[in-house]
Design a protein around this ligand. Sequence first.
Ligand code: FMN
Length: 205
Amino acid sequence: MEVFLGIAGASGAPYALGLARQLVAGGHTVGVSFTESGATVCGHELYGDLAMPRDEVIDRFIADAGLDPANVWAPKDYASPYASGSARWDAAVVVPCSMSTLATIAQGAEQNLVQRAANVALKEGRRLVIVPRETPLSLIQLENLTRLKRAGAEILPAMPAFYQLPSTLDDMVDFVVGKACNLLGIEQSSLAEWRGQRSALTDTR
Ligand SMILES: Cc1cc2nc3c(=O)[nH]c(=O)nc-3n(C[C@H](O)[C@H](O)[C@H](O)COP(=O)(O)O)c2cc1C
């Protein structure tokens, strides 16, 4: 599969890195673009340096994920194949997705390659997974999420669960990464299926 990974400036950079690694491990072609703020937040959350230069953040991310440097695109590079519906890539995912990027995509507007690729996915009827991160949510933000869902996107809030009994932060990241892979239709090893067991909630049959 060929997947475009858009990284916007919401909290949740470890989800982006985890998903990139999982896609690379699965042998998928991964095109990547960071928004301006996306690289800044990655510098802070992954490398502990909010002021890390953009190029350095991106180089480290490429190395950490095992990405192809030739398939990492500048925010305004609309000559990228991910800006075009005629290029037959399969799906786009925006992780993490800021409220700003969410709002712009929901209006059908495009101010960078992440937003363009998301809108291309929608217009071409391809899978688009949005992983928003904000809390609490305003009515405007909720409406933007609803609007995108109606337009065909899958909304996967960056909302790890506890029922898998996570013991590390990586476990919690893996939960969201596994869910994103499931929505993309990609085999994953991050999240075990819950196959059910009897609980004390059911004392009768
Ligand atoms: C450390 C940090 C964390 C942030 N976390 C969030 C967040 O969780 N959600 C959000 O919508 N914006 C968050 N922001 C603000 C966005 O980065 C800001 O709105 C930016 O304009 C988004 O631009 P983009 O959508 O082009 O990436 C954060 C900013 C910083 C510096």
